[in-house]
Design a protein around this ligand. Sequence first.
Ligand code: B12
Ligand code: SF4
Length: 515
Amino acid sequence: MATVTLLRPPLLVPTWSDSGPMTPPIGPAYLAASLRQAGHTARIIDGLGENPFQVTSLFGNKVTAIGLRSEEIVERIEPDTDLIGVSCMFSQDWPEIRRMIALARRRFPDIPIVAGGEHITAVPDFTLESTPEVDVCAIGEGEETIVDLANAIDQRASFEAIGGVVLRADGGTRSTGLRARIRNLDDIPLPAWDLVPLENYLDHGLGYGVDRGRSMPMLATRGCPYECTFCSNPEMWTTRWIARDPAKVLDEIQLYRDKYGATNFDFYDLTAIVKRSWIIDFTKMILDRHMQFTWQLPSGTRSEAIDGEVSRLLYTSGCRNMSYAPESGSPEVLKRIKKVVKLDRLEASVRGAVRNKLNVKLNIIMGFPNESRKELRETVRFLFRMGLAGVHDMSISIFSPYPGSELYHDLRKAGKIPELSDEYFLGLGAYKDFSHPVSFTEGLSPRLLNVYRVLGFLVFYGTQYATRPWRVARLLQNMLQHRQESRLDKSLQDLAHRIRNRRTGSAKSAGAAAA
Ligand code: B12
Ligand code: SF4
């Protein structure tokens, strides 16, 4: 049987952004579990989790790496490895991951290297053409592909007949095409968390959501049925949304409560709430089983299935924080980006969630191509209404054209992204970085875009706190007592750590504020 080492890079964050989510590597943990189930030996080198308190400045201090340096990750690969797998989720990380791959190749000249993940799925040909050190790219969902690759190594067979890969062939590349998605998610073995330095996350309150105790990542669904033009979901997961059996999700939660003392569960789903009946079954089952834990939906979810009854059930079953992803307050923009959302219905859903005591965050994007000033002002007015409604948090990202998305293809065709250079990849990190603003909007300078963004923040938080002054007191109290309830609590406390620990180089200071 084969021995596979999976590399998770360090966390790479734009140095001047407030974002740097320190999350356990759920993708590699899933892959490792499938490898083990098939009889192979799996290892994970979690670049972030192995040393979450080390900070390294990269690319002229444009990027901060948190965790092991790429050199240290490669040093830890055991010599008996038969296959090296590298995970690349975020395109902005590619320049450093490519360097890590080159280091691995230098140390292991004859061991096959496979790269996979969301970024690789979007640009497999570019990856193979620009990075001779990569032997094969895995596209889409990875569990079956990694097992087939390990089987092929074991049987000394070629990779050519394996589904879901892109290989070099005849001086170019050849794709075997995306695999059919795994239909029964409950057949996938649970993530191999024992191969990850999990305590480093659990003990330090690191994770995706607000710090509400020992937090474990969860995945209840995969995929999303929508096709928003700024999102790479359709090319990666297709438009098939598949949910697990709610009972199995709760069995997993119970396992982590017993095994790791977990008290909070962050759902990493792309769009957890699509089907009303699923979320009702799930929440009612928590209540029927008398389970006591908190859970959060930090990825921006859709609003269609969340009416008053659903948000009440969410709260009573322990959900405390959830994010909606309206993206814009302009109906024209929403139509153009194919968000398929009705703002009045979304607003009603949000108001219901706030009334039912959920801590609500909104995800906004500004700076879509062709977005007008009038449309940006509509978004600011929407934020005013949401502040008035008592929504707790929001984030405004500046639009970045991620590979694999429809807008990326459009901008490439129009020559707005002339080549896939390091500058372009690093520029994708500008979505939250005030120091290097980028604008893809005709007639709107990066500076002006930043002005709209600051205006949006001021209007939203100003309205919210002017109408609910007790929330300011609560914010200060939480700050003093190191308690977190909202994303703003989390961001401010992480910022305080960052300032306090700047001289000591603590990773928590360098970027633990959540995205
Ligand atoms: C949860 C999430 C986050 C969380 C946590 C991410 C994490 N796990 O560390 C946080 C908050 C950190 C986050 C932040 C951001 N995110 Co995000 N996020 C997601 C989301 C919804 C789920 C990721 C996930 O955990 N999936 C579940 C696991 C099981 O899947 P997976 O890791 O992809 O692994 C599978 C396959 O990819 C493959 N695979 C992966 N690695 C490998 C390796 C090998 C060798 C093989 C064979 C296979 C393989 O097999 C795995 C199992 O099937 C994805 C969308 C999505 N569905 O993936 C977006 C997504 C990854 N995020 C995205 C973006 C843009 C961001 C942000 C830039 C913020 C923003 N504006 O939204 C920030 C950047 C963070 C940073 N570095 O600074 C984009 C990335 C696009 C890109 N090309 O860069 C995505 C794809 C959303 C989208 N469709 O646009 N995100
Ligand atoms: S942005 Fe959200 S709703 Fe739109 S396709 Fe991506 S995951 Fe689905």
